[in-house]
Design a protein around this ligand. Structure first.
Ligand SMILES: [Zn+2]
Ligand SMILES: [Zn+2]
Length: 253
């Protein structure tokens, strides 16, 4: 039995809480090209609900988390639905920029005072969920607030950043596209879109192949031969016995 690095033996790690006799093995292909094995309770992998291990929220049927590829940048998705609201107290932002933001952008976004905000669970256009923050008084259906002054500042910052880095990588380009949409809309608050970390590692199943039950099932006993075959065998034996008896009779004096 092979042990993992953390000392947990493989069967316990994989099957804890599951009955191995009910698990079926599948080979699946994901749209990123990865080929992996997975276990279900017999249903095809694209009908087996999976959870996003980060958010705990079920993934759309047919999606799985790819174990082979590192997560890419989290794309921006439109917010389709505002689901749950709670209130959270945030301490003042640090002076040093967070989230790898440029110091100029951080200075514009930074709040140097403690504040209470609304913390929303939202459903995105990709069907995944994430959390976003809004002003306390904002409710779904309210017009987003826009600030002409802030828009102008962000526009200048965005332009300066574009000039400083004329060849952005994929992630940088994605952020710029988001900023451009925000600027075109007057820098609305709350933003109509949010980054989806689940999209950066969830992949669609594009093919699957049944392997076997994890614990192979006993083969069914050979089926009984058909009745005609049984009767023919019996008749052949009786005829052979009869021929033998006739030979013995002929040999009697
Ligand atoms: Zn992959
Ligand atoms: Zn998503």
């Amino acid at each position: 039995m092979q042990a993992f690095n953390n000392g947990i033996r493989a069967p316990f790690k994989i099957f804890y809480g599951h009955d191995p006799n009910k698990l079926h093995r599948w080979r699946i292909k994901l749209d990123c090209g990865s080929v992996e094995e997975c276990l279900t309770y017999g249903e095809p992998p694209n009908k087996c609900p999976m959870r996003d291990t980060l958010t705990g929220v079920p993934l759309p049927l047919g999606q799985r988390l790819c174990k082979s590829h590192a997560a890419g940048p989290a794309p921006y998705r439109t917010i389709d639905d505002w689901l749950e609201r709670s209130e959270v107290i945030f301490p003042p932002d640090p002076v040093e920029p967070k989230y790898d933001l440029a110091p100029g952008i951080w200075q514009l976004m930074r709040k140097d005072y403690e504040r209470t905000v609304a913390y929303w669970t939202v459903k995105l256009s990709c069907s995944h969920q994430t959390k976003v923050v809004t002003d306390l008084g904002w409710r779904p259906g309210d017009e987003p607030r826009t600030t002409a002054e802030r828009q102008r500042e962000m526009l200048e910052e965005n332009e300066a950043d574009r000039l400083l880095n004329p060849e952005p990588d994929v992630e940088e380009q994605m952020i710029r596209d988001h900023l451009r949409r925000m600027l075109n809309d007057g820098w609305p608050s709350p933003s109509p879109e949010a980054q989806c970390s689940t999209c950066s590692y969830a992949r669609w199943i594009v093919g699957y192949q049944s392997l076997d039950w994890l614990v192979p099932r006993p083969k069914p006993p050979n089926p009984r031969p058909p009745k005609r075959e049984l009767l023919t065998n019996r008749l052949n034996k009786l005829e052979a016995d009869a021929a033998e008896l006739r030979r013995e009779l002929e040999q009697l004096p």
